[in-house]
Design a protein around this ligand. Structure first.
Ligand SMILES: [Zn+2]
Ligand SMILES: [Zn+2]
Length: 324
């Protein structure tokens, strides 16, 4: 089978031996497509993942072999995420599921940019779902990234009708604005690129250039990692408001000032990866059309995956989907 692996500063296509269950519980799935996540880019660029790693986790796939206590069967087309919380550790008990050691150690093997992938029984029982018929494969591939956003929205614990600013209108910003809107918030999105502002406006959500922002917001969702975006957040959050950090910054030293947080009684919180319940909500938002992901992705063949990485890094596209 073909896989796409990291090899120094390139992603190369390699052939690997076919995966079979070989008596294990779980399923072998044929990947139909896999979204390219911002975290894949970070792992590649900052060399966090070793050579030989197969990236990708936003998969839509068809079951080709199964041995499971679940109702899934051969031929089913499913979506799944990659990590599963244990539910019992100190992190899980406090709702910080993405910090759970078990969560971090579980994964789909070898990774989504591969023709075949092994899913454990735990994946099937907790985070896999049948792809709804009304969603295309590309649309369904937003199941995991939208799950991350659902988690961020829940963590922010906002009041219905709260005025919320989304800073950065890449694919995650566009999804975040729609999810907040679906949960009853009064949303404004901002960016510097006119085409991204226009994209959100067409979905009937207010979107403006950062330079044209005005007023104050109950909460700011930071989907841009630009250092300058921090100034935007501190300028437009109301006293006592919340800043939801939902992206990394290029510099480890980028910071929200202590005295701003103290004197203005701000809440600055991070949100990372979703729980099984968040993922379920994500699929509901997609299948009911409350979050519309049409037109966000650009499709690439597995052989062209390097191009997909390059185009994403240079902001030429909003989101890549690798058809496998
Ligand atoms: Zn992702
Ligand atoms: Zn745990």
């Amino acid at each position: 089978m073909k896989t796409a692996v990291i090899c120094d500063d390139k992603i190369v296509i390699q052939s690997a031996s076919e995966i079979t269950l070989n008596g294990r519980l779980g399923a072998v799935v044929r990947v139909l497509g896999c979204g390219l996540c911002g975290s894949d880019i970070v792992k590649f660029v900052h060399k966090i993942s070793k050579n030989g790693t197969v990236l990708g986790h936003e998969i839509v796939a068809q079951i080709v072999e199964i041995n499971s206590k679940t109702d899934f069967k051969t031929g089913d087309i499913i979506v799944t995420s990659h990590h599963i919380p244990c539910g019992e550790c100190v992190y899980c008990k406090h709702g910080n599921v993405s910090m759970c050691e078990h969560f971090k150690s579980t994964n789909i093997r070898p990774g989504g940019f591969s023709e075949l992938v092994y899913l454990s029984e735990e994946h099937l029982q907790n985070v896999a779902h049948i792809k709804p018929d009304n969603l295309s494969n590309v649309e369904a591939s937003f199941y995991e990234p939208l799950g991350c956003i659902v988690r961020a929205v829940k963590r922010a614990n906002l009041l219905n009708g709260d005025r919320v600013l989304v800073v950065g209108l890449g694919s995650i910003g566009i999804l975040t604005a729609q999810a907040l809107n679906a949960y009853g918030m009064n949303v404004v999105g901002c960016d510097l690129l006119p085409e991204r502002i226009e994209f959100l406006s067409k979905l009937d959500i207010d979107a403006v250039n950062v330079r044209e922002l005005s007023g104050e917001f109950d909460a700011i969702f930071m989907t841009s990692g630009a250092d300058k975006a921090i100034d935007t957040a501190l300028k437009y959050v109301r006293n006592g408001g919340k800043i939801l950090v939902f992206s990394s910054t290029p510099s480890d030293l980028a910071a929200y000032q202590n005295n701003e947080i103290y004197y203005r009684e701000l809440t600055v919180m991070g949100s990372y990866s979703p729980s099984p319940a968040d993922l379920k909500n994500s699929l509901e938002l997609l299948s009911t059309g409350k979050v519309n992901v049409k037109g966000i992705s650009t499709e690439y063949k597995l052989d062209d995956i390097q191009q997909a990485f390059d185009d994403t890094m240079s902001n030429r596209i909003m989101k890549a989907y690798i058809k496998i």
